[in-house]
Design a protein around this ligand. Structure first.
Ligand SMILES: Nc1ncnc2c1ncn2[C@@H]1O[C@H](COP(=O)(O)OP(=O)(O)O)[C@@H](O)[C@H]1O
Ligand SMILES: [Mg+2]
Length: 236
C-alpha cells in the first residue's frame, strides 16, 4: 500500500552567512493515511523545517518527499501550490490571518482560486465557522478577535477545502489552556473523520493526549508509539 506521506533520505541545509545548518538530516519515514503523528524535539531540532517540506513550502536540499505516492519535492512551483491548495490545510503558529478582512473572508480566501462563486465561498466558509463555534464573529475583522478566536478562524480556513491532510505548527503555543483543550477535541474530530494529521510541537499536553498515534523525535528521527491503545499491558 502507498503511504500517505513518504520521506526518503531527506536533508535540509540552510546557509546563514558563513554558518551551515543541517536543519533536517537524512531522514526516512512513512506516515499512513488516517494517522495522527507528532514531530517532537527541542527548539531548533528541525520540526518546522520538516513540516514545511511535507507542506510543500520548502524543498529538501537532498532526498524526496511523496504525498499519496506522488513525488512533490521535484514538482514545479505552481504544481506545488496546487498540491497545497487542493490537498492540505496548514495551521500556522502565528495564524497568518489577513488583519483587515473579516473572519468569514479569511476562511473563504482559499476557495478563491477554485473558481467557486462568491456566494458559494461564503456559504462554505460560514459552515466551517459554525463548526468551530465562531459564527457570532463572522463579520469581525481578524485583528478584532482574541488569540483563541483567531486560531479557530485559522483552523476553519485550513479546513475549508476539505483537505485529506492537515499540518499544524505549534498549534497550542499561542493560546490559553481552554483553547488548547478545545484544539485537542477539534483534532480528535479530524481523526474520527479519517484525516491524516501531522503536528509539530514540543507541548507536553499534546504528547500526553491519546490523540497522537506515533511520535517522531527529532533531530534523530526515532519513532515512539503513543496513544492509549498502544500502551503496554499493565502487570496485574
Ligand atoms: N530559513 C532559515 N535560514 C537559516 N536557518 C534556518 C532557517 N530555518 C530554520 N533554520 C535553522 O534550522 C534549525 C531548525 O529550525 P526549525 O525547523 O525551525 O526548528 P524547530 O521547529 O524544531 O524549532 C535551527 O537551527 C534554525 O535556526
Ligand atoms: Mg518550529
Amino acid at each position: 500500500m502507498t503511504a500517505a506521506i513518504q520521506l526518503e533520505n531527506v536533508s535540509k541545509i540552510f546557509y546563514s552567512g558563513r554558518e551551515r545548518v543541517e536543519a533536517v538530516k537524512e531522514l526516512t519515514c512513512a506516515i499512513e493515511a488516517g494517522e495522527v503523528v507528532l514531530f517532537s524535539g527541542p527548539s531548533g531540532s528541525g520540526k518546522s523545517t520538516l513540516l514545511n517540506m511535507v507542506g510543500c513550502l520548502t524543498r529538501p536540499t537532498v532526498g524526496r518527499v511523496f504525498l499519496r505516492g506522488r513525488e512533490v519535492s521535484r514538482l514545479a512551483d505552481h504544481f506545488r501550490s496546487d498540491v497545497r491548495r487542493n490537498e492540505m490545510g496548514f495551521i500556522f503558529q502565528q495564524f497568518n490571518l489577513l488583519p483587515g478582512y473579516s473572519a468569514l473572508d479569511n476562511v473563504a480566501m482559499p476557495l478563491v482560486p477554485l473558481g467557486l462563486r462568491a456566494s458559494e465561498r461564503r456559504e462554505q466558509a460560514g459552515i466551517l465557522l459554525e463548526r468551530l463555534g465562531m459564527s457570532h464573529r463572522a463579520s469581525f475583522a481578524a485583528n478584532e478577535l482574541s488569540g483563541g478566536e483567531q486560531q479557530r478562524v485559522a483552523i476553519a480556513r485550513a479546513l475549508v477545502g476539505d483537505p485529506w491532510l492537515i499540518l499544524a505548527d505549534e498549534p497550542s503555543s499561542n493560546v490559553d489552556m481552554k483553547t488548547a483543550h478545545r484544539l485537542l477535541s477539534i483534532f480528535s474530530e479530524f481523526k474520527k473523520e479519517g484525516k491524516t494529521l501531522v503536528i509539530a510541537s514540543h507541548d507536553q499536553m499534546l504528547l500526553e493526549s491519546d490523540l497522537i498515534d506515533r511520535e517522531l523525535v527529532l533531530p534523530d528521527g526515532e519513532w515512539v508509539r503513543r496513544g492509549r491503545s498502544q500502551a503496554p499491558p499493565t502487570a496485574v
